[in-house]
Write a protein that binds this ligand. Structure first.
Ligand SMILES: Cc1cc2nc3c(=O)[nH]c(=O)nc-3n(C[C@H](O)[C@H](O)[C@H](O)COP(=O)(O)O)c2cc1C
Ligand code: SF4
Length: 518
């Protein structure tokens, strides 16, 4: 058997030098006259170990990482093709603590299989969910998804089954499945990893959604900053079409479903579902007033399911192993697993899929290993740029939609960004307002005008101008934005601002040496 070498082509691994490593390995193979197959897989998400190279040995896979091009010669010299010892030797990937501690349901194949091989996908359980779904009525599929407790992973946590039921029950001559792959939240990369590392799971999830709701066409709206994901998804759709997974007869059934990949133009607000629909229709991305809900009148005025990548990619395992299996994981009303993305100033950054319920402290201190700088953790922003900053005093908060809401925070797309004690929370509060001002679609006044006034008022606090009065003004402004904005961009910007003021009041005290924010 010729040796197999797995080298990730995931963007994160590429950014860390995976391409150079792949080239060095290929030329070393040629020089030594060794025949081997190089598979460009996705990443398993332990980014502190990327580029992580794996070899298939008689005793299973053996990983090495982080591999530098300069390691390649010595890797060959130490017999890495048969799992030989080396300073980069990590052993069986499943035993690496960061990976061993996870519960991989949605990401089970990511970093393991060849992303564009349907054979490899099927060998690892791919298409079981769709095959089972095709045996059921649409209503029974929707019931399974509802029963699983799956909630939208894009941010709002809305029950996926209920959304699907609304579309199933709405009459339309054409219905659509739209996958939201805009992934604009800071510190998030789960959608990208799935699209690059296991694109068929998303295609399978979307196809199940189509069969379940009567939609025959799907669109994946991917942010333009993800060229690798766009390329992989386009190729995967082609492969799926050729294999009859997509097309006029899905896996030989009476259902038709096909899909297209569309690329966004780089606006954060185009991740908001109605602005995304406008953008897909070729218009400037502006938030639409609801009602009508997209489920009733969505893309081109037709009933539309719009779901996040991870929501859709979680459906195949539910349809494969059953709603009860999935529901068994998690806590409270947060069922199943959630891919937590650990980023920022953190020692072990990466993607960690786990059942809901771990505390924030466990995630940051034990899984993330604290800060990369070695300084104390000061704050953790959870849920993207609209998420609250959590101080250490709230580290006992379990990762659960309701528990976070009870602490005036949100889980969002489950991205967490860690800051050490050098972070200036006044600057972070200003940044939140400035971000809102830049990204606002401009449709409603509290967000469009409020965010700019917010920046100006925080600048006055920074400059020591009537700090108490201006702090009260920012608080008042946050209330107006929270309750008066049309969508969550203006409505949630108060979370990072108010959590900074509430949990880090010392950073807002006038300091004579403080200079105006640049
Ligand atoms: C300003 C803003 C940006 C958003 N960005 C995203 C995004 O990038 N990806 C995403 O899936 N949802 C995003 N959302 C949430 C979507 O509006 C919507 O709730 C989601 O796509 C629904 O899918 P889900 O039920 O599967 O989560 C955003 C919302 C707002 C208000
Ligand atoms: S809150 Fe902001 S982004 Fe949302 S509709 Fe209003 S102006 Fe547009």
């Amino acid at each position: 058997m010729i040796p197999r070498i797995y080298i990730p082509a995931d963007s994160g691994a590429l950014a860390l030098g995976a391409e150079k490593v792949a080239k060095a390995i290929a030329s070393e193979l040629a020089e030594r006259g060794i025949e081997a197959k190089i598979v460009r897989n996705g990443s398993r998400g332990a980014y502190f170990l990327e580029p992580m190279v794996e070899v298939a040995t008689a005793n299973g896979r053996v990983a090495y990482g982080p591999v530098r091009p300069s390691d390649v010669k010595s890797l060959f010299d130490s017999g890495f093709l048969t799992g030989g010892p080396h300073k980069r030797w990590l052993g069986a990937p499943d035993k690496i603590p960061f990976l061993a501690k996870q519960t991989r349901l949605t990401f089970a194949r990511c970093g393991v299989t060849d992303p564009l091989s349907l054979e490899s996908y099927k060998k690892h359980g791919g298409l079981n969910g769709l095959t089972n779904a095709l045996e059921l009525t649409p209503a029974a599929i929707v019931a399974q998804v509802t029963e699983s407790g799956l909630r939208g992973r894009g941010g709002a946590g809305f029950p996926t089954g209920i959304k699907w039921k609304t579309v199933l029950d709405t009459v339309g001559d054409r219905k659509y499945i739209v996958c939201n792959a805009d992934e604009g939240d800071s510190g998030t990369f789960a959608d990208r990893m799935i699209m690059e590392g296991d694109p068929f799971v998303l295609i399978e999830g979307m196809t199940i959604a189509g069969v379940a709701t009567g939609a025959t066409k799907g669109f994946v709206y991917i942010r333009s900053e993800y060229p690798h994901a766009v390329a992989v998804m386009n190729k995967a759709v082609e492969v799926a079409r050729k294999a009859g997974v997509l097309g006029a007869s899905v896996l030989g059934s009476s259902y038709a479903f096909d899909m297209e990949i569309r690329v966004g133009a780089g606006a954060y607000v185009c991740g908001e579902e109605t602005a995304l629909l406008d953008s897909l229709e070729g218009k400037r991305g502006m938030v639409r007033a609801k009602p009508p809900l997209p489920a009733h009148k969505g893309l081109f005025g037709k009933p539309t399911v719009i779901n996040n990548v991870i929501s859709l990619a979680s459906v195949p395992v539910i349809m494969d192993k059953g709603a009860a299996f999935y529901k068994d994981f998690g806590m409270g009303r947060s069922r199943g697993t959630i891919p937590i993305q650990i980023a920022g100033n953190v020692k072990y950054g990466g993607l960690f899929e786990a059942a809901f319920g771990m505390t924030l402290g466990e995630i940051v201190d034990e899984i993330g290993g604290g800060t990369a700088t070695g300084r104390p953790v000061k704050a953790v922003q959870v849920g993207g740029p609209l998420g609250a900053y959590f101080p250490r005093a709230l580290f006992d908060t379990p990762f659960d939609y309701e528990a976070f809401a009870a602490k005036d925070g949100l889980i969002g797309h489950a991205g967490i960004v860690v800051f050490d004690d050098t972070a200036d929370m006044l600057k972070q509060a200003r940044f939140a307002m400035e971000f809102c001002a830049i990204e606002s679609c401009g449709k409603c006044t509290p967000c469009r005008i409020g965010s700019t006034r917010g920046v100006e008022t925080i600048d006055k606090i920074t400059a020591g101008i009537e700090p108490e009065k201006n702090l009260a003004l920012v608080t008042d402004l946050c209330n107006t934005m929270k309750f008066g904005s049309l969508c969550a961009l203006g409505g949630f910007t108060p979370y990072p601002v108010m959590s900074s003021i509430t949990h880090f009041p010392d950073d807002f005290k006038p300091a004579p040496v403080r200079v105006a924010a640049e």
